[in-house]
Write a protein that binds this ligand. Structure first.
Ligand SMILES: Nc1ncnc2c1ncn2[C@@H]1O[C@H](COP(=O)(O)OP(=O)(O)OP(=O)(O)O)[C@@H](O)[C@H]1O
Ligand SMILES: [Mg+2]
Length: 312
């Protein structure tokens, strides 16, 4: 999957002058600011080279933006991460010229390549498998519980069944009743004591040599460790794996969580429903590529569901 050109983010020159001045006052003189691709948030995300030779990653968004709360949540979570968590360190967060800004150690990596045969895959699988030990018990007290948080988000078939769209996938249309019936049973297994990242995808996995770091902690929850592990599967399919190969790639990590296979099947159904539902919503302002990505993700997740259910 190509991640380039997904988010439409401002470059340094497009930022309000007061913000640029405030950042320069905080960071010191800047040599260059490289806007980053990946993700869909229309905020600032740039790797900044400073005149003194230091490098820093800065992300920020207008404090009045609907997503600003995620930035605040991310600062709180990253500050609480144990030192051994595979994540860049937060240097500071601040309100600058009406923007919520976070500054991190710069991670000199590239997005993980999740295509079949990629050498990143065992490294990513190993890192994801290690998360539960580092993040249990959840080191942050204010994060929402996964079952409550995800119940209102990760679903879609009930809504689609109420008024099936004309372009709904033929297999999904045939199995709409079963999909609707099964899309929420996983919620009974979602609670747990692990801090979950909640947005595992290639653009949030930075690989340098054999090290994989997880960035973008703005959607945290406390819950069952299997959720972050299972989230990788549709992204492996999206990157070209067959569902069987995608599951094989993280089979050790997933079985270590002790999750029941029926729970994973229900979760796959819910995720496919989430993407099938949200891909049909109007595009949010300033985010032109999100809906087409979600449509591709829905197709990948449906392949995963068909593989697990054997429904015809
Ligand atoms: N500490 C870091 N060092 C270097 N690059 C980083 C760092 N953190 C993030 N990036 C790069 O910037 C991109 C955007 O960062 P991040 O995902 O945190 O921002 P976001 O705007 O919240 O994104 P999203 O739209 O995915 O929610 C990442 O995909 C990654 O390529
Ligand atoms: Mg991201």
């Amino acid at each position: 999957m190509s991640l380039n050109g997904t988010a439409v983010r401002p470059c340094w020159e497009q930022l309000p002058m007061l913000l640029r001045d405030g950042l320069t006052a905080r960071l010191g003189p800047i040599t260059s600011a490289q806007p980053q691709s990946g993700g869909f948030t229309p905020g600032l995300a740039a790797r900044i080279q400073l005149v003194d030779g230091d490098r820093v990653f800065v992300k920020g968004i207008d404090s009045g933006h609907a997503l600003a709360d995620r930035y605040r949540a991310e600062a709180e979570v990253v500050r609480a991460l144990p030192a051994e968590a595979p994540a860049p360190r937060l240097r500071w967060d601040a309100e600058i010229a009406g923007w919520s800004v976070l500054a991190f150690d710069d991670a000199a990596g590239r997005h993980a390549d999740l295509a079949p045969g990629s050498r990143d895959i065992p490294l990513v699988a190993e890192m994801i498998a290690s998360l539960a030990a580092v993040l249990t018990p959840c080191p942050v007290s204010h994060v929402p519980h996964a079952a409550a948080e995800l119940a209102g988000l990760v679903h879609g078939w009930k809504e689609l069944a109420a008024e099936p769209p004309a372009d709904l996938d033929a297999w999904a249309l045939r199995n709409l009743d079963s999909l609707t019936e099964s899309e929420s049973t996983w919620l009974t297994a979602a609670d747990g004591k692990t801090l979950l990242h909640g947005d595992i995808n290639a653009s949030n996995l930075l690989v340098a040599d054999t090290t994989v770091l997880l960035v973008d902690w703005g959607q945290p929850a406390s819950g069952a460790a299997w959720i972050d592990v299972a989230d990788l599967i549709p992204h492996l399919i999206l990157a070209g794996h067959t569902p069987a190969a995608a599951e094989q790639a993280i089979t050790g990590a997933l079985s270590a969580t002790g999750v029941h296979p029926d729970v994973v099947t229900s979760y796959a159904i819910a995720f496919a429903g989430y993407w099938a539902r949200t891909s049909r919503q109007p595009a949010p302002p300033g985010v032109p590529n999100l809906r087409s990505y979600q449509a591709r993700a829905a197709a990948a997740a449906l392949q995963w569901v068909a593989h697990r259910t054997h429904w015809t």
